[in-house]
Design a binder for this molecule. Structure first.
Ligand SMILES: [Zn+2]
Ligand SMILES: [Zn+2]
Length: 309
């Protein structure tokens, strides 16, 4: 009997030397996101709640870039990396790695930068004040809840700010790790650097990764390869379909799975060179509404939008 390969398997065979991992570029990871958020906020959404929210998140991403420039974080040593390898764990796992209190300094810097933005909405400056006056153990407890996705224990207005500081801390680690320290995990749907779920996936168009699909970590911005036409939640290659908004933005679709009934958005750099996973996922809430009406659930949330439930 002839064995028929699905498109994902054909791609895997064809790309034996593919770039498996793309680590974040600490010089521009958040400034690129800020620019995209600003562009999206101006693309016809001004005056609407989402446009204003994207603008606020653009300020937040600018503040993240400043905080990252000011952060030097201690990396895992050879023994810790060997330990992670032995137990098939990510080297700076959100559960196994003890985060240093440097992240609190990043949070303070982020709040200071955002609070200094002219004409900041009153609610946002109140959040900055609140966070700068909380005790560190209260902030650590909120961070623990956020990283464990315990929605009920988190203040929805503060959550994006706390998550922003945690992103700065983990991006700082990911951007300095050597590729050898990061191994392929038994669970392909989580980030091999920190163990967090991806926010979206992106088909890259640069010469090293032309046409390859990567999942983008919601926390540390590591991107790891996964073949196309495959559910990033349950790993099936059957019953995958793609949905988009009619006459909507180019370069974004939802990859939907009829096995687990979830979806994640997939971005195509070839169609829009400026796509950025966190920003584009946040700016395409209309697609979420469409998918929700069709009976699909988000496979994971956006780190900058916290829905208490
Ligand atoms: Zn990660
Ligand atoms: Zn699935």
């Amino acid at each position: 009997m002839q064995r028929i390969l699905d498109p994902g398997q054909i791609e895997a065979f064809a790309q034996r030397d593919l770039q498996r991992l793309r680590l974040p570029d600490r010089a521009r990871v958040f400034s690129t996101r800020a620019a995209r958020l600003r562009q999206q906020s101006e693309a016809g959404a001004i005056g609407h709640a989402i446009g204003e929210y994207l603008k606020l998140m653009a300020h937040l991403a600018d503040a993240q870039q400043i905080a990252l420039t000011n952060l030097e974080s201690a990396l895992p040593d050879a023994e810790q990396i060997a330990h992670a390898r032995t137990f098939h764990m990510p080297p700076v796992s959100v559960v196994g790695w003890r985060r240093k209190e440097q992240w609190l300094r990043s949070l303070d810097l982020i709040c200071e930068s955002v609070a200094a933005v002219p004409d900041l909405p009153q609610q946002a400056s109140a959040v900055c004040d609140l966070l700068r006056n909380l005790e560190s153990d209260q902030l650590e407890a909120q961070a623990d809840s956020l990283l464990a996705a315990q929605t009920s224990a988190v203040d929805a207005a503060s959550a994006p700010f706390i998550m922003a500081a945690l992103q700065v801390y983990w991006v700082s680690l990911a951007s300095r790790l050597s590729l050898d320290a990061i191994q392929e995990l038994d669970v392909p749907g989580v980030c091999p650097t920190c163990g967090t779920l991806p926010v979206a996936s992106v088909v890259r168009a640069d010469s090293r990764s032309q046409g390859l699909r990567y999942l983008h970590c919601a926390l540390c911005a590591t991107e790891w390869h996964m073949v196309r036409v495959k559910c990033s939640h349950c790993q099936t290659t059957q019953g995958i379909s793609y949905q988009s908004i009619e006459n909507g933005p180019r370069g974004i679709r939802a990859e939907c799975c009829d096995t687990c009934h979830t979806y994640r958005k997939i971005l195509y750099q070839e169609e829009d060179s400026a796509v950025e996973p966190v920003a584009d996922d946040l700016a395409s809430l209309a697609l979420d509404l469409l998918l929700s009406d069709a009976g699909y659930h988000r496979a994971s949330s956006n780190p900058l939008l916290w829905n208490p439930s």
